[in-house]
Ligand binder design. Structure first.
Ligand code: IPD
Length: 266
């Protein structure tokens, strides 16, 4: 079977992200918590579920043989070699509080390689996209990471998990990082953090505990914008760590985080 064109997959992802994002944006006012996951603060709203259902319908309606992994709906296997990675609302706590920094993240993998990704930010009306090897874009305009700065001049984004043990360790790591950098940003959406670095609005990003649906689309967009995106021990990002910065700064931040065991909980 010939591989599907990544641009065709991207167009479908954008259609699904816009539909899911519009539904979630309409439902943001007056939203309430439906359920919790890893801790009482790790929430699911009815819109996380409704939006993911709609997105799944759009993707699998057009390509019924594909596999899909969604934050809320779990995994369904397929037969085409294409797998969709879907986070219907990345930044659920922002969403719950009426804040604008949340997004819909959809990536398409072909045989395990992410080839297309979109992060849609409905309240801000922004669409970030990339296909493998084709550059990164915001609303169709090319974007690029900021040039390298020294670690001491870097604006560094990070995020925290929901479990208290992990948070204690993350606070400890932050205690070492904060005095060494220009400042820290905690936006509350990993997908948006990766788009921020892709367009030079922060210099670096690191976070432990991300899932493939959180990073897949944003990591492709950042990489296509000139950012090195990896785990802490080489290889692609993993649940242990997502670390992103332009070359040079990447190594500086890596060498600070690695001895701290920033990819562990203890
Ligand atoms: C969360 C966001 C946040 C990160 C959390 C994630 P969710 O995703 O990406 O920035 O710090 O660890 O769980 O729960 O809003 O989809």
């Amino acid at each position: 079977m010939t591989d599907p064109d990544p641009r065709v997959l991207l167009d479908l992802a954008v259609e699904a992200a816009r539909k899911g994002g519009a539904l979630a944006a309409r439902g943001q006012a007056g939203i309430s918590v439906l359920d919790t996951k890893s801790s009482p603060t790790d929430v699911v709203t009815e819109m996380d579920r409704a939006s993911e259902e709609l997105i799944r319908g759009v993707l699998l309606g057009a390509r019924p043989g594909d596999a899909i992994l969604g934050e809320e709906g779990g995994e369904a296997s397929g037969s085409t070699g294409v797998r969709w990675l879907v986070d219907p609302i990345d930044g659920t706590v922002n969403y719950l509080y009426g804040r604008p920094d949340w997004g819909v993240s959809i990536a398409a993998e072909v045989d395990g390689v992410v080839v297309a990704g979109v992060v849609e930010v409905p309240v801000r009306g922004l669409t970030y996209t990339a296909v493998l090897g084709g550059g990164a874009f915001r609303d169709g305009e090319p974007i690029a990471a900021a040039p390298r700065v020294e670690l001491g001049m870097a604006l560094v984004a990070t995020g925290f998990g929901y479990e208290s043990r992990r948070r204690r360790k993350q606070a400890e790591v932050l205690g070492t990082v904060l005095p060494r950098v220009r400042d820290i940003r905690r936006v509350g959406s990993a997908a948006l953090d990766l788009c921020d670095i892709a367009e030079g609005r922060v210099n670096a990003y690191y976070e432990r505990g991300m899932q493939p649906w959180d990073w897949a689309a944003g990591a492709l967009i950042a990489a296509e914008a000139g950012v090195r995106v990896e785990g802490l021990r080489g290889g692609p990002p993993s649940t242990d760590m997502t670390l992103a910065a332009v070359p040079g700064l990447f190594e500086e931040l890596h060498d600070l985080l690695e001895p701290l065991g920033a990819d562990t909980d203890g």
